[in-house]
Design a protein. Structure first.
Length: 74
Protein backbone atom coordinates (compact mmCIF):
# COMPACT_ATOMS: atom_id res chain seq x y z
CA UNK A 1 0.00 0.00 0.00
CA UNK A 2 2.86 2.37 0.75
CA UNK A 3 4.20 1.92 -2.78
CA UNK A 4 0.79 2.89 -4.17
CA UNK A 5 0.45 6.02 -2.03
CA UNK A 6 4.06 7.20 -2.26
CA UNK A 7 6.39 7.49 -5.19
CA UNK A 8 9.28 5.16 -4.36
CA UNK A 9 11.75 7.54 -6.03
CA UNK A 10 10.78 10.88 -4.52
CA UNK A 11 8.61 10.02 -1.53
CA UNK A 12 5.85 12.32 -2.82
CA UNK A 13 2.27 11.41 -1.98
CA UNK A 14 -0.43 10.93 -4.54
CA UNK A 15 -3.01 13.70 -4.16
CA UNK A 16 -6.29 12.36 -2.80
CA UNK A 17 -9.41 14.44 -3.33
CA UNK A 18 -12.68 13.05 -2.01
CA UNK A 19 -16.11 14.02 -3.27
CA UNK A 20 -19.40 13.86 -1.42
CA UNK A 21 -22.99 14.72 -2.23
CA UNK A 22 -23.78 15.05 1.49
CA UNK A 23 -23.72 18.79 2.13
CA UNK A 24 -24.01 18.48 5.92
CA UNK A 25 -20.98 16.15 5.98
CA UNK A 26 -18.99 18.68 3.98
CA UNK A 27 -20.09 21.53 6.26
CA UNK A 28 -19.29 19.58 9.45
CA UNK A 29 -15.82 18.65 8.21
CA UNK A 30 -14.99 22.31 7.50
CA UNK A 31 -16.61 23.63 10.69
CA UNK A 32 -14.98 24.28 14.05
CA UNK A 33 -18.22 23.42 15.86
CA UNK A 34 -18.69 19.96 17.32
CA UNK A 35 -21.09 17.57 15.60
CA UNK A 36 -24.34 17.04 17.53
CA UNK A 37 -24.50 13.30 16.79
CA UNK A 38 -22.01 11.70 19.15
CA UNK A 39 -21.55 8.62 16.98
CA UNK A 40 -20.19 10.85 14.17
CA UNK A 41 -17.81 12.95 16.26
CA UNK A 42 -14.90 10.50 16.04
CA UNK A 43 -15.34 9.99 12.30
CA UNK A 44 -15.50 13.73 11.57
CA UNK A 45 -12.49 14.36 13.81
CA UNK A 46 -10.49 11.69 11.97
CA UNK A 47 -11.34 13.19 8.58
CA UNK A 48 -10.33 16.63 9.88
CA UNK A 49 -7.05 15.16 11.13
CA UNK A 50 -6.40 13.57 7.74
CA UNK A 51 -6.97 16.94 6.07
CA UNK A 52 -4.67 18.76 8.49
CA UNK A 53 -1.88 16.21 7.96
CA UNK A 54 -2.57 16.29 4.21
CA UNK A 55 -3.36 12.58 4.01
CA UNK A 56 -6.36 13.89 2.05
CA UNK A 57 -5.82 16.98 -0.12
CA UNK A 58 -9.45 18.11 -0.15
CA UNK A 59 -13.05 17.08 0.31
CA UNK A 60 -15.36 18.65 -2.24
CA UNK A 61 -19.15 18.82 -2.21
CA UNK A 62 -21.02 18.24 -5.44
CA UNK A 63 -24.79 18.18 -5.92
CA UNK A 64 -26.44 14.77 -6.19
CA UNK A 65 -27.57 15.45 -9.75
CA UNK A 66 -23.92 15.70 -10.82
CA UNK A 67 -22.94 12.38 -9.23
CA UNK A 68 -21.94 9.91 -11.93
CA UNK A 69 -23.32 6.93 -10.00
CA UNK A 70 -26.77 8.46 -9.62
CA UNK A 71 -29.11 7.47 -12.43
CA UNK A 72 -31.72 9.99 -13.56
CA UNK A 73 -35.19 9.36 -12.17
CA UNK A 74 -37.94 8.67 -14.65
Amino acid sequence: MTEICYSSCTGNRLPIVEYTDNKSLHQNIHSTKQVHEKCLQINIAEIQRMLSFEDIQAIEWIPSKLQVAVSPKE
